[in-house]
Design a protein around this ligand. Structure first.
Ligand SMILES: *[C@@H]1O[C@H](CO)[C@@H](O)[C@H](O)[C@H]1NC(C)=O
Length: 383
């Protein structure tokens, strides 16, 4: 019965907006160049995990589950002299923009921070985003005539940086970071969302878009029950998606379904991150960074509760599994049946999901400890 359903789904499956060819790297790989932070790494079907490891300010846990034919999520942790940098990149329209961002954003951040005397500020982070967007746009320019679908690949981009005693959060799109904060001495833990999302399902974002395009009544359109920018895409900020930013990429040979009927006087999407800084306090206990695939199935409170009531080891994997249990439940399936469904067909049940949990050790934070040798870890490129 399940097999028949899967075959049927497989026949019906048309990846939406997926046109970008795979860059050609397959197989699970850990491409981190530096130290690995210790701890166990493993794979269980489409799930990849690093149960626990050490970064500059404590333990981390990391997990990724693939749903798409080609993994569109990428994630990384870098910890060293510039503090700790976490990135979650949730790609769409193929893996290209997320991979590019994972390859370049931290590198740009490091170079810009070095130029600025080894200091991290909101401004240095913003410049790293801009340089990455410019680099990706240049790549699209080069490939546009031979691989036009590259123009409709994009990536949400969530970054957290812990530098000295401050946490910076920079975001484009709809990934999310949630802080677990101790409440009094009761053992209670509050869930505090630290990132601002840019998805047209939020009224604020629709109002922002209408304000930027006052003469365009079609700037957000409700399509198949979902609000979309120009009736096409749900997020309003990203790296890539140059077809929504520059008119020269919104014409032939772009796939007609992404082409706008009228000239573009102003970009419909931007790569300007919302940046927030937060001085870390002793009652800040842990941070959960995750792509939209997790938050589709778990509330902020539920996620914080799961991390708070389990050991550090394997906490990211626990979150992913809890989301998969919810996804299965919504289809009246058992988790064990969902587990048997292969990538691509999986996308009907859930999206790619990436999770990084950082536990905050305030002894290490107040001493300003720098991890030596540095940690550089990146999730698997594809399964
Ligand atoms: C956390 O600690 C700060 C001071 O370090 C205090 O101002 C704040 O009220 C505390 N928050 C909670 C939720 O207990």
């Amino acid at each position: 019965m399940l097999q028949a359903l899967m075959n049927l789904l497989s026949l019906c499956w048309k990846p939406f907006g997926h046109g970008a060819a795979d860059i050609g790297v397959t197989g699970s790989s850990l491409s981190g160049g530096g130290g690995g932070g210790g701890g166990r790494e493993g794979k269980d079907g489409l799930l990849w995990f690093r149960d626990v490891g050490k970064y500059g300010s404590g333990d981390f846990s990391m997990a990724v589950v693939q749903a798409n034919q080609v993994l569109e999520d990428q994630s990384q942790i870098e910890s060293g002299p510039l503090g700790t940098f976490v990135g979650i990149y949730d790609g769409h329209g193929g893996p290209d923009a997320a991979r590019y961002t994972c390859d370049h954003l931290f590198r740009n951040f490091k170079a810009i921070s070095a130029e600025s005397g080894g200091v991290v500020t909101a401004e240095t982070i913003e410049r790293a985003f801009r340089q990455t967007e410019d680099g990706y746009t240049a790549l699209v320019s080069d490939l546009w005539s031979t691989r036009p679908p590259i123009a409709n690949a994009g990536s949400c981009c969530l970054v957290g940086v812990i530098f000295q005693q401050t946490l910076f959060v920079a975001n484009l799109g709809d990934s999310r970071v949630v802080l677990g904060k101790k409440v009094g001495n009761t053992g209670g833990m509050a869930a505090i969302q630290l990132s601002t999302e840019h998805n047209a399902n939020l009224e604020d974002i629709r109002n922002e878009l209408k304000g930027l395009h006052p003469n365009d009544p079609q700037v957000v359109v409700l399509k198949h029950g979902v609000w979309r920018v120009k009736g096409i895409i749900q997020v309003s900020r990203s790296i890539g998606d140059v077809y929504m930013k520059k008119e020269q990429f919104n014409c032939e040979p772009l796939n007609p379904k992404f082409r706008l009927p009228e000239p573009m006087n102003m970009p419909y999407m931007t790569a300007n991150p919302t940046i927030f800084s937060h001085p870390l306090q002793p009652n800040d206990s842990f941070l959960i960074f995750a792509s939209d695939g997790l938050w589709e199935h778990l509330s902020n409170e539920k996620a914080v509760d799961i991390v708070n009531s389990n050991p550090h080891v394997g906490s990211a994997k626990k979150l992913v599994k809890a989301a998969l249990h919810e996804a299965a439940k919504k289809r009246e399936m058992r988790y064990s049946d969902l587990h048997k469904i292969d990538k691509k067909v999986r996308r009907h049940f859930h999206d790619d999901i990436s999770v990084i949990v950082l536990f905050l050790n305030h002894d290490l934070i107040s001493r300003g400890t720098v991890l030596d040798p540095p940690l550089s870890i990146r999730s698997a490129l594809n399964h």
